[in-house]
Structure formats: structure tokens, C-alpha cells
Design a protein around this ligand. Structure first.
Ligand SMILES: CC(C)(COP(=O)(O)OP(=O)(O)OC[C@H]1O[C@@H](n2cnc3c(N)ncnc32)[C@H](O)[C@@H]1OP(=O)(O)O)[C@@H](O)C(=O)NCCC(=O)NCCS
Length: 205
């Protein structure tokens, strides 16, 4: 049976606990980071991405948002899923969330020796910004520029789009106009479905 992989924004305490489970195994268990360091800052002000395989926790990253950039933090994939496409899928999900919010600069800290690896994904060293030394690691700041999404969230959008769960501004949002070509059969079906949902919802009030 094929594995069912899901990568979503954490919107429940249950999913957050799965994130904590992954980070406890990877950072506290494997890397011997003290719990107080791993979970000591900014736990409640970030957006978390969780990847599950057949419902079980598999990988995570968090987005720490600032004025015009976001910092990706605490990226971890359980050992059994490393060297699979999962890490890249999690990163892509995080970048997608940022681009819909209009954030086009993604910052991270990486071990100096991994710079060649990150440059393959378009990251470059942030000139003039300081790095840090942590747990015998030389960490340097890196940045990648991404495209703003075509369907960026605006305050002129329907209020129900703005009230959607974090990260669910497209598929589950009945007020979102798909930015497809009108001849696209899929777009027509999705629009029709959304119209019907909208009518049903209006009838409920
Ligand atoms: C970082 C991590 C999520 C990458 O997932 P992955 O499945 O191993 O990554 P990919 O298969 O996409 O890429 C493997 C490459 O990632 C590189 N890499 C990038 N960042 C890395 C990191 N922090 N630790 C280990 N390898 C890393 C490896 O050098 C490897 O490159 P190579 O194939 O040229 O040897 C995973 O290795 C992990 O959970 N590591 C432990 C937690 C960690 O160190 N997180 C980063 C700090 S926030």
C-alpha cells in the first residue's frame, strides 16, 4: 500500500504535539540539545508545518515571521524519512505559505559547511550580517528570494477568506477565486463546487 503523505499547517493542539514529538526525538534525543533550549523561545508566535506519513508524525519546520521576511526554524525529519523528498516538500509548503502572505525573503541559519548544499536551492550568504557559534557549530545567515504568490491575501478579499484556517486559503476556501484560465475544466468544477457550498452556507443562516 502506498504511504499517505500529508503536509499541513498546524491548526490543532494534537498536531502541535506531533511537532513536539518530532523535535524531542531529533533535537533533544539525537542532538542532545537541552529541552530548555529547544523549546525555550517563541513556541507560541510561529506557524508550524507538520508532515505526517499514514497519520504518524514524520517532519516539521516552523515559520517565524518578521516585517518583510520570514525565518525558517527547527527543521527536522525523522531518521527513517531522511534522504527522501519529504524535507524538500516541507520546505516548499513553508515557502508557499510565505508567498501567499506576500513574504518574499526567506532567512535561515545553516552550518557553514552546508552552504554549497543550500546554494543549490537558491540561498546565498547574507553579506554583512553576523553569524553565531552554537554547540560547536559555525552557523551563518542565508537568504533566498521567492516570488510573491498570484493569489496573495489582501484586505479587500472576502472576509471569509481572511477567516479561513491558516494555510487553507485555497482548497477549502469557498470564496477564493481560482486564478486559472476560465477554460480550465478543473477551475470550472472548483468554482461550481464553491458556489454550491456558498449557497448552502447562506441558506443555513
Ligand atoms: C535537516 C534535515 C531536515 C534534512 O532532511 P534530509 O532528508 O536529510 O535532507 P535531504 O535529503 O533533502 O538532503 C540531504 C542533504 O541535506 C544536507 N543538510 C542540510 N542541512 C542539514 C542539516 N542541518 N543536517 C544534516 N544534513 C543537512 C545534507 O548535507 C545532505 O546533503 P548531501 O546529500 O549532499 O550529503 C534532516 O537531515 C534532519 O532532520 N536533520 C536533523 C535536524 C537538523 O539538524 N535540522 C536542521 C537545523 S534547524
Amino acid at each position: 500500500m502506498e504511504n499517505e503523505i500529508k503536509i499541513n499547517v498546524v491548526n490543532s493542539l494534537d498536531d502541535y504535539q506531533k511537532v513536539v514529538a518530532i523535535r524531542s526525538i531529533v533535537f533533544v534525543g539525537e542532538q542532545k540539545l537541552p529541552y530548555s533550549v529547544e523549546f525555550g523561545a517563541n513556541e507560541l508566535c510561529c506557524t508550524y508545518i507538520l508532515a505526517t506519513v499514514n497519520g504518524e508524525p514524520a517532519g516539521t519546520v516552523r515559520i517565524h515571521q518578521f516585517k518583510d521576511f520570514a525565518k525558517l526554524e527547527r527543521m527536522a525529519v525523522l531518521a527513517e524519512y531522511r534522504r527522501t523528498p519529504l524535507a524538500e516538500q516541507i520546505r516548499q509548503k513553508a515557502l508557499d505559505i510565505c508567498s501567499v502572505k506576500g513574504i518574499t525573503k526567506i532567512y535561515g541559519l545553516c552550518r557553514r559547511e552546508l552552504l554549497p548544499h543550500w546554494s543549490k536551492f537558491g540561498y546565498h550568504l547574507v553579506e554583512g550580517a553576523p553569524g553565531i557559534q552554537r554547540s560547536n557549530m559555525d552557523l551563518v545567515p542565508i537568504l533566498v528570494d521567492i516570488q510573491e504568490a498570484k493569489d496573495i491575501i489582501k484586505f479587500t478579499d472576502h472576509p471569509d477568506r481572511l477567516m479561513e484556517q491558516e494555510g487553507e486559503w485555497r482548497d477549502n476556501c469557498m470564496y477564493f477565486q481560482q486564478p486559472f484560465n476560465v477554460n480550465d475544466k478543473t477551475a470550472i468544477i472548483i468554482r461550481k463546487r464553491n458556489e454550491l457550498r456558498q449557497q448552502r452556507k447562506s441558506a443555513e443562516y
